[in-house]
Write a protein that binds this ligand. Structure first.
Ligand code: ZN
Length: 308
């Protein structure tokens, strides 16, 4: 082998070593970069979810939360005079701010506690209940009525794919709930809250047809213009719920607040202990149950962009 050959081989070996060492350096760098990107991605996703929950909960910024199927009111128009803005409109012409606490999805493990708090504060509310046959639930329907609260309908099954399948299915569902409640309490309920609200887009039957049906049956439906924020899977703490409600209340002179009477919504119960006394301290504020005198707060279905 001559001088030239040795030089060549040395050069080739050098390049080989260079390549190997580059690979040895580059691969760990790529791995670290990947890990960094994955972590970053997870953090960003979490941030997006938090923001969604926040905007849903505030009742101010507008927004939709997929898990809960609930949206804030600023995305939708609300029928009923004076409820859509804060320009000094006095809905009832008497300068009184009317607040309606409404509880969906009960009865359940918290109903007794909610009723206790209402009783302690001498305040009446509205319960949009679902159909349940167990002894405790029947007891709760009775207690709601006996203590002067409004017993409203929220569908028997609460299964969107069933109740919204057709007008007949919708009618059957309401009828069975009305019958259950009438047999249990002697009250024939005539106020309804659509699961998902009247602006839900999950219904394969046009909501306007279902509204026509309700009108025929002399049933009035109520949506809400304030969200407490407790609809999400991991409900916020009691202070956040109170804050959400107060911000909404500041905005309207007729306030229909959406809350939930579900086992996992304990912070809602705790929030009530703070919220109600605060409201009672305010001037020109009344907390009322929904009655025939209440101007319905209704979402305008055509405006909805919600998929729940
Ligand atoms: Zn519901």
């Amino acid at each position: 082998m001559d001088e030239h050959g040795r030089d060549n081989r040395a050069r080739v070996n050098f390049i080989k070593r260079l390549l190997v060492s580059s690979v040895v350096i580059i691969i760990p760098v790529l791995i670290i970069l990947c890990i960094f990107l994955v972590i970053n991605n997870i953090a960003l996703r979490k941030e997006i979810t938090d923001l969604k929950i926040k905007s849903e909960g505030s009742g101010y910024d507008g927004g939709y939360d997929e898990t809960s199927g609930v949206y804030s009111v600023s995305d939708i128009s609300v029928k009923g005079s004076g409820t859509t803005d804060n320009d000094g409109i006095d809905t009832y012409g008497d300068g009184i701010k009317r607040i309606y606490l409404t509880f969906d999805d009960g009865p359940g493990a918290n109903t007794d506690d909610i009723l206790d708090i209402l009783k302690e504060n001498d305040v009446k509310a509205t319960f949009f209940v679902v159909g349940r046959n167990d002894e405790h639930s029947l007891e709760m329907y009775k207690r709601i009525v006996d203590e002067g609260h409004t017993l409203g309908l929220h569908s028997y099954s609460h299964k969107y794919n069933e109740i919204y399948a057709s007008i007949d299915a919708f009618a059957d569902d309401i009828r069975s709930l009305q019958e259950l409640l009438y047999e249990t309490t002697g009250v024939w309920p005539r106020f309804y809250r659509f699961p998902g609200g009247s602006s839900t887009t999950t219904s394969v039957t046009p909501i306007s047809d279902l509204i026509d049906y309700l009108n025929e049956q002399d049933i009035v439906y109520f949506d809400w213009n304030i969200v407490s924020g407790d609809a999400v899977d991991n409900p916020p703490d009691k202070d956040t719920i109170v804050k959400n409600c107060l911000r909404g209340i500041d905005k309207y002179d007729e306030c229909v607040i959406l809350m939930h009477d579900l086992t996992e919504k304990r912070s809602t119960v705790e929030a009530l202990r703070i919220l109600i006394p605060k409201l009672l301290e305010m001037e020109d504020v009344e907390i009322l149950p929904i009655t025939d005198d209440t101007i319905p707060v209704q979402h305008v279905p055509a405006q909805s962009i919600i998929n729940d």
